[in-house]
Design a protein around this ligand. Structure first.
Ligand code: SF4
Length: 408
């Protein structure tokens, strides 16, 4: 599915190749030492034990990192100095530094974070009345080239380590006002989390560990464009929520908006979700539906959706398109958005309309593109390949598909 540089190539590559874009927890960049935060507490205990260090010292290190927010080993004063030196010889503590913080008029904050190899990623902290939600990235860029998404236009550079995912949470937590707490983490930033499942899983274990970041699993949501073989293994990590980037009700339209659909079309996606025993009404799938003017916002789309989702415990999040320079799509007029969501409601679906947050700083859904970074890390497309996937407008102009086409 993805070529060596991570780009979609239509129907010619099998899922094993797609998943090979995410080789696992192997070193993800040229850092000299792994980070202590690359490992869950259980894994850290095993690593310490293998080195002849008492396993309980790993618990003390985790307490310093996640509960006392230590950033250096010399702050861990209940560890013997000799042991601190031995740990320091093998492990880093921090993995990311904050290069820039931008604040939206609505209070949303976008962090531009830089790794030791110079790679840049973004995380978005969204304050709401009674909660603070952080949107984290899982890859530098993304191989999936969804045609409405600014991250997809960057190309793919590499997977983030577990420590780099966890460090986004730690940096964001430091920016929350005293007396308030980070309540929710959503894996909806740059990258496809299920193409980096080993590191995403280890990060989740640290987030939900009562002696780690102690977040309730139900406060964590991981989004996928539909990497079907990895959905079951993700849901087994912890009772977190799953979000699926749906965005279309026919294969003809979704093939263009989410090219991964060519490998895992709607029928297979829905069959996988329908047969997944770990999903239920208390643990439904959140279907993300970015509403685009004249593309996927018809009443026919709204009428098709309940049939498509039948038998799946579901909530639908409708998100009017956040326009940006890398995609040709626009949000529909407000009346069309209202008509679409009302039709879903009337059909009996649980629906929410997501408010824009951080659009003025390019922090809204689909807008993350390191625009504030001095240089964008990206992999150029292979010789002869189009720089961008075909736009849906081009398809429509040539009569190859219609927004109202029936799915397969
Ligand atoms: S929408 Fe998600 S999966 Fe698609 S290109 Fe953007 S970051 Fe990747």
């Amino acid at each position: 599915m993805s070529s060596a540089d991570g780009r979609i190539e239509g129907h010619t590559v099998d899922p094993a190749e797609l998943l090979s874009a995410a080789p696992g927890p192997a070193p993800t960049h040229a850092r000299r030492r792994p980070s202590l935060k690359d490992h869950s507490r259980a894994a850290l205990r095993a690593l310490f034990g293998a080195r002849g260090w008492p396993a309980y010292r790993a618990d003390q290190v985790a307490n310093w990192l996640y509960q006392q927010d230590a950033t250096r080993l010399d702050q861990m004063t209940n560890l013997p100095a000799g042991l601190r030196g031995e740990i320091e010889a093998e492990f880093e503590v921090d993995t990311l530094e904050v290069a820039l913080t931008q604040t939206s008029v609505d209070g949303t904050r976008k962090l531009l974070l830089r790794a030791f190899d110079g790679a840049s990623i973004e995380a978005v902290l969204i304050p709401e009345e009674r909660r603070h939600t952080l949107c984290v990235s899982t890859q530098v860029g993304c191989p999936l080239t969804c045609s409405f998404c600014a991250t997809g236009a960057l190309g793919f550079t590499r997977n983030l380590s577990a420590g780099e995912i966890v460090d986004q949470v730690l940096h964001a937590r430091r920016r929350i006002p005293a007396g308030e707490v980070l309540t929710n983490v959503v894996f909806m930033g740059m990258g496809e989390p299920l193409l980096n499942l080993p590191n995403v899983s280890e990060a989740i274990r640290i987030l939900v560990d009562p002696k780690g970041l102690a977040l309730a699993p139900r406060r964590i949501t991981v989004s996928t464009a539909g990497v079907l073989p990895q959905i079951g293994p993700l849901l087994a990590v912890a009772p977190i929520h799953l979000a699926v980037s749906l965005h279309a009700t026919t294969d003809a339209v979704r093939d263009v908006l989410v090219p991964l659909n060519k490998r895992f079309p709607l029928e297979e996606l829905m069959a996988t979700l329908r047969s997944e025993p770990q999903l239920n009404r208390r643990r439904p799938v959140f279907f993300e539906y970015t509403l685009m003017d004249g593309i996927n916002d018809s009443l026919e789309d709204a009428r098709r959706m309940p049939k498509l989702l039948a038998g799946i415990p579901a909530k639908v999040n409708v998100i009017p398109m956040n326009p940006h320079a890398d995609a040709p799509y626009q949000p529909p007029p407000g009346a069309v958005v209202d008509r679409f969501t009302a039709a879903l409601h009337e059909a009996g679906l649980r629906v929410t309309l997501r408010r824009d947050r951080g659009r003025d700083i390019d922090a809204a859904c689909g807008q993350l593109a390191n625009r504030a970074a001095p240089s964008r890390p990206s992999t150029p497309p292979p010789a002869g390949a189009p720089a961008r996937p075909e736009s849906l407008q081009e398809h429509l102009a040539e009569g190859r598909c219609q927004p109202g086409d029936a799915g397969s």
